[in-house]
Design a protein around this ligand. Structure first.
Ligand code: PBG
Length: 333
């Protein structure tokens, strides 16, 4: 306690006074090394489409994707994540397009690894872009997503990605046991270096809306929801249980999704397991920041960098973000 009339013993503001001491005591640094850049991939050549609910985000055909990848690599971003936009004619009840060796995702991986072997490529392992009902798995007559049958298809899908040259397969489906099944199949097929980034704590979030528009699964899903496999936003211990299982089953990295509303989960996961931990700053988070910025209500560059550094401060080793390219540019200014 400060006696009356005396000065505070500790003046917290001393270290904040000048840029040099603020820089010196800064704990968390954001760099382009922290980012995974997601891209929506289209069929065709020379195709580029805007995503209305995500201004600034475009779907790209494979040739333009390769051009974009050169810019991403030049900015120092280590890795890209691919999300194919499946034409309606290729969707089916059984999602067989998911493991087509010549499917869009598989062709995109081959093109990227041919052109830019050093740039890491992550593929999405889930069935929702390929099913006529928009669920992440196969369903029974009541619409329930079948676990073990789905895991078999996911395993074939992951193998087809690895065969195409994917560096990282990222199951985003939330079926039980899929990490173990995929790991075993990869080992058996000799893909011993393929990393698994497990979406371990993926919440049944309403922040995914714009993504479902972007990949064209929103209409398929209709009024359906994913509550029987994605996690309840009210739960936290359950996330630790999920992460423990995925690590035991052979995940190399774990993901928490969405980002900003779930930073308590990020902190708990990082403290408990000390494993490589990633956050998906999802489409709805992007849309919120973008909309407020476009209205002039927020300073885009400042709020985006603040959100990203906060995710890292909470314990993330890296962030999958639609803002990766902008942020890398801002950081290099
Ligand atoms: C589906 C998938 C989703 C996202 C990534 N993979 C949507 C969903 O679970 O319905 C959402 C990502 C985002 O909102 O940016 N496998």
């Amino acid at each position: 306690d400060t006696p009356r009339g005396a000065f505070p013993v500790t003046r917290m503001r001393r270290m904040r006074r000048d840029a040099f001491s603020r820089r010196l005591m800064r704990e968390t640094l954001l760099t382009p090394d922290d980012f995974i850049y997601p891209v929506f991939v289209l069929e065709g050549r020379g195709q580029r489409e805007a995503v209305p609910s995500m201004p600034g985000v475009e779907r790209l055909s494979v040739d333009l994707l390769v051009e974009e990848a050169r810019r991403i690599a030049a900015l120092g971003i280590p890795v890209m994540a691919l999300f194919p936009v499946t034409p309606p004619s290729a969707k089916s009840e059984d999602a067989r397009e998911a493991f087509n060796p010549d499917g869009l995702a598989q062709r995109a991986v081959r093109a990227l690894k041919d052109a830019l072997p050093e740039l890491g490529v992550v593929t999405d392992v889930a069935l929702d872009p390929f099913t006529t009902h928009g669920q992440d798995g196969l369903i029974d007559a009541s619409g329930y997503v079948l676990n073990d049958e789905t895991v078999e298809v996911l395993t074939r899908q992951a193998l087809s990605h690895a065969a195409a040259g994917a560096d990282v397969v990222a199951p985003s489906d939330m079926m039980d046991g899929r990490i173990g099944a995929i790991r075993a199949a990869l080992e058996e097929a000799g893909h011993i270096h393929t990393r698994i980034l497990a979406y371990s704590a993926k919440y049944a979030s309403s922040f995914y809306g714009p993504f479902r528009d972007a990949v064209g699964s929103a209409a398929n899903l209709g009024g359906g929801n994913k509550y029987s496999y994605q996690m309840d936003p009210a739960n936290s211990d359950e996330a630790l249980h999920e992460v423990a299982l995925d690590l035991r089953e052979g995940a190399d990295m774990v993901m928490i999704k969405p980002g900003l509303p779930y930073l308590d989960i990020v902190r708990r996961v990082k403290e408990r397991f000390g494993a490589p931990t990633f956050v998906y700053q999802v489409s709805g988070e992007y849309a919120m920041l973008k909309a407020a910025s476009q209205n002039g209500w927020l300073d885009e560059r400042a709020v985006v960098l603040e959100a990203l550094v906060s995710i890292k401060r909470a314990g993330a080793d890296g962030i999958l973000t639609y803002y990766a390219k902008d942020a890398a540019e801002w950081l290099s200014d």
